[in-house]
Design a protein around this ligand. Structure first.
Ligand SMILES: C[S@@+](CC[C@H](N)C(=O)[O-])C[C@H]1O[C@@H](n2cnc3c(N)ncnc32)[C@H](O)[C@@H]1O
Length: 240
């Protein structure tokens, strides 16, 4: 990331809720201590500390932790530099543009509906980041639903998604998105889906599709959205 980029904040409403709720509980705990209700005050104090700690972890993940994890994950792929990459729900381009930097002779495509699940989400914001990162020449942005991708089968060497597929509320819709991600992969192409829910569901769909080397692994505390209850896992596979 350079100083002219801005990748926004994931689920800004959740972060605001944790922060405001935590501060409110701490303030109320102070008042209750003052008026001589120490047990209730202690309960609120513990709750407030947990919410504020959750907010701090969430902020760290969305502003820093996920950047570090995706650097590691993309480096581990050992890209040649001429691949075609697709990022599903690319938002303001964090993973998309990290991939673009690793494929100087390739092309990266970001698909999104530009919802409010990321602050300041828009194609213009993603283009501004692409220019600031110096990779705009190899970026393509497409407004589309990941359940119905406007690409030929077997187009991409690598398909990624970060914290995007869980936004689809129903099981069938998420399965459709995972099937679409697999469909557009070239033979020997690789898939990396990071999400804080539904990893086993995605892996089961990929096995049904005939994916090889399907794995689920935990991405560690730097990818926790507020605590261990919202930890992110990676679903990885290869198209035979
Ligand atoms: C939490 S943001 C993550 C953005 C980006 N992957 C990142 O890690 O910074 C989730 C993104 O998924 C997009 N999204 C949600 N549902 C979608 C759908 N059905 N098709 C395409 N994009 C979708 C949202 O607009 C949003 O940009």
């Amino acid at each position: 990331m350079n100083t002219h980029t801005n990748y926004g904040v994931d689920a800004p409403g959740v972060l605001a809720g944790l922060t405001v709720g935590g501060i409110a509980e701490l303030a109320l705990a102070a008042v209750l201590f003052g008026v001589g209700w120490p047990i209730l005050a202690a309960v609120l104090l513990i709750g407030g500390v947990m919410l504020v700690a959750g907010a701090a972890l969430f902020a760290h993940t969305t502003l820093r932790g996920k950047f570090q994890i995706w650097d590691t994950e993309l480096n581990r792929l050992g890209l040649r530099g001429d691949e075609r990459v697709l990022d599903l729900g690319c938002g303001r381009g964090l993973v998309l543009l990290k991939a673009a930097a690793r494929v100087p002779r390739g092309r990266v495509t970001g698909v999104d509906l530009w919802t409010r699940d990321q602050s300041g989400n828009s194609q213009e914001a993603t283009w501004a980041n692409a220019r600031a990162e110096g990779v705009a020449d190899r970026v393509e942005l497409v407004t589309a639903d990941m359940r119905d991708l406007p690409f030929e089968s077997a187009t991409f060497d690598l398909v990624v998604a970060s914290l995007a597929i869980h936004n689809i509320p129903d099981d069938d819709g998420r399965a459709e998105a995972v099937r679409e991600a697999f469909r557009v992969l070239k033979p020997d192409g690789r898939l990396r889906l990071a999400d804080f829910r539904h990893a086993r569901e995605y892996a089961a769909v990929l096995r049904e599709c005939g994916a090889a080397d399907v794995q689920i692994y935990d991405l560690g505390w730097r990818f926790w959205y507020g605590g261990p209850h919202a930890r992110t896992a990676m679903v990885a596979c290869r198209r035979p």
